[in-house]
Ligand binder design. Structure first.
Ligand code: HEM
Ligand code: HEM
Length: 202
C-alpha cells in the first residue's frame, strides 16, 4: 500500500480525528464568526431605525455566544488533546516545521475569540450603553459615556476583528494546502464525517 493509502487507513482508527464536541464547537464558531463579522462590518448599510438596531442586537448576542463557546472550548481542549496528524511520506518533513506554526496560530485564534468579544463589550460600555444579555437582563454600563474613549475602543475592536478574519483565512488556506498538496489527514480529521477513499462515510 502506498503511503497515502496507509494514512487514509490509519485515519479511520479511533483517536485519529477530532471528537464530535470539538468538531461541533469549531464549526459553530466558524459560522457565528462569519455572521458577526458581516453584521459588524456592513451593519451601517442597514436602514436606520429598528432594522439596524436589530442587526446590532444580533451582532452582540451572537458575539456573546462566541465568547461563551470559547470559554467552554478552551478548558475542553486542555482536557482533550487533539488527534495526531498522520503525515504522508511527502508531508513528513513539512509537519516538523509547520507544527509549531500551527500551534501558535491556534493559540492566536483562541486569544482573539476571547479578546474581540470582550473589546465589543467594552465598546458598548464606553458608549455608556447597557449590555443586553439575550433579552433576559441588561448589565448597566459601569462607565459614563465617553465619545473619544468609545472611538478608540471601536478602532481596537475593528482591528482585532479583522486580524481574527485574516488569521482564520490563512488557517483555512493552510488546511486546504495540507489536504490538496500534501494529501494528509489534517483537514479530514476536523470534517463532520471522515470519508474513505471511495467517499463513503465511515
Ligand atoms: C467575534 C466576535 C465579534 C466580531 C468578529 C465583531 C466584529 C465587529 C466589527 C467588524 C465591527 C465594525 C467596527 C467598525 O465599523 O468600526 C463591530 C462593531 C461593533 N461591535 Fe462587534 N464583534 C464581535 C463581538 C461583539 C460583542 C460580543 C459585542 C458586545 C456585546 C460587540 C459590540 C459591537 C458594537 C457596539 C459595535 C459598534 C456598532 C456601531 O456603533 O455601529 N461586538 N464588531
Ligand atoms: C473563524 C474561523 C475559524 C476559527 C476561529 C478557527 C479556529 C480553530 C482553532 C482554534 C483550531 C485548533 C483546534 C485545537 O485546539 O486543536 C482549529 C483547528 C482546525 N481548523 Fe479551524 N478555525 C476557523 C476556520 C476554519 C476553516 C474555514 C477551516 C477549513 C478549511 C478550518 C479547518 C481546521 C482544521 C482542519 C483544524 C485542525 C488543524 C490542525 O490540527 O492543525 N478552520 N481551528
Amino acid at each position: 500500500m502506498d503511503s497515502q493509502g496507509a494514512s487514509q487507513e490509519l485515519s479511520h482508527e479511533p483517536g485519529h480525528e477530532y471528537g464530535p464536541v470539538a468538531k461541533l464547537l469549531h464549526w459553530t464558531t466558524v459560522a457565528f464568526v462569519a455572521v458577526v463579522w458581516a453584521l459588524g462590518t456592513f451593519g451601517d448599510e442597514l436602514p436606520r431605525g429598528s432594522v439596524r438596531d436589530t442587526g446590532l442586537l444580533a451582532h452582540m448576542w451572537i458575539g456573546l455566544v462566541i465568547l461563551l463557546i470559547a470559554a467552554v472550548r478552551i478548558p475542553w481542549r486542555m482536557a482533550n488533546p487533539p488527534p495526531k496528524v498522520t503525515p504522508t511520506e511527502f508531508g513528513r518533513w513539512l509537519i516538523e516545521w509547520t507544527d509549531p506554526v500551527s500551534r501558535v496560530m491556534h493559540y492566536a485564534l483562541y486569544a482573539l475569540l476571547i479578546a474581540v468579544p470582550i473589546c465589543g463589550i467594552a465598546l458598548q460600555f464606553a458608549k455608556g450603553h447597557a449590555l443586553p444579555i439575550f433579552g433576559l437582563v441588561e448589565i448597566p454600563s459601569p462607565w459614563l459615556a465617553d465619545k473619544a474613549f468609545a472611538h478608540t475602543v471601536k478602532e481596537a475592536h475593528e482591528i482585532l476583528a479583522n486580524v481574527l478574519l485574516a488569521l482564520a483565512a490563512f488557517h483555512m488556506a493552510a488546511a486546504v494546502v495540507h489536504h490538496v498538496v500534501f494529501g494528509d489527514d489534517t483537514l479530514r480529521r476536523m470534517l463532520p464525517h471522515l470519508r474513505n477513499v471511495q467517499g463513503e462515510p465511515r
